[in-house]
Design a protein around this ligand. Structure first.
Ligand code: DER
Length: 231
């Protein structure tokens, strides 16, 4: 499909630009775009990847690394990572991202902050001027289950009356993250959305799916086969 082709284009371009022979510790994000990142890294060949280790951002990311035959690394051994490449749900003109559509944003943000270079790859649907323009569900907020009702109340009071617990599709009950927590999706008005600190300070909140001042570059594949790069 056009969207899959644009994901592949973004991923290939970013890998070609940012994964250099000297890079040995690489963070791999989560979602449906990062498989193309791994596909391109594998194409660099066994010699290039023999001395490298790859750090996952969750169960899906770990499975992707292992099934691709790449060396799986442990985040405990690498407080600093050369490059982390990940997807996003929306990216604004200042490279601020909404992330967490896949409920993986806690470990994603850890590896984004651990990386010397953090790069985002996405299809054209994620390329916005402001956050909240095209990604409607709102800001993903990972919460400890014990606190979810209290945090839901707090988020509504903060300006997100439609905040809601993310319910699973193929499982009865809520989505449970790789960390055993729940996720609340909290849509905010545009002018508010870039002030994550108030959300982060709510007792029971584990992590907020707003990645501000983290990405060095964002690559978007376009339907016409071109690539848009935000730096
Ligand atoms: O949860 C996340 O932040 C993931 O990176 C994800 O939302 C990216 O989505 P994708 O499937 O469009 O790559």
């Amino acid at each position: 499909s056009v969207i899959e082709a644009s994901k592949r284009l973004a991923a290939y371009t970013a890998v070609d630009q940012h994964i250099k022979p000297e890079h040995s510790v690489i963070g791999i994000g989560s979602g449906s775009t990062v498989p193309y990142v791994v596909e391109r890294i594998v194409q660099q060949g066994p010699a290039a990847n023999r001395g490298r280790i790859f750090i996952p951002t969750g169960f899906q990311s770990k499975e992707l690394i292992v099934s691709s035959g790449l060396n799986l690394g442990d985040v405990d051994q690498h407080a600093t990572i050369d490059v982390t490449i990940d997807g996003a749900d929306e990216v604004d003109t200042n490279l601020n991202c909404i992330k967490g559509g896949g409920a993986c944003h806690l470990r994603e943000k850890v590896l984004a902050e651990a990386a010397l270079t953090f790069v985002v790859v996405a299809d054209y649907r994620k390329n916005s001027e402001f956050l909240g323009t095209n990604y409607d569900p709102g800001v993903p907020v990972e919460v400890v289950p014990f606190a979810y009702a209290k945090v839901l109340r707090d988020l509504k009071a903060l300006g997100s009356p439609n905040a809601a617990l993310r319910m699973a599709v193929k499982k009865a009950g809520p989505v449970v993250s790789d960390n055993g927590n729940f996720v609340i999706d909290a849509p905010f008005a545009r002018e508010y959305i870039l002030n994550p600190s108030e959300i982060k300070l709510l007792t029971g909140v584990v992590e907020v799916g707003l990645f501000c001042n983290l990405a060095k570059a964002a690559y978007f594949g376009n339907a016409d086969g071109s690539v848009t790069i935000k730096r």
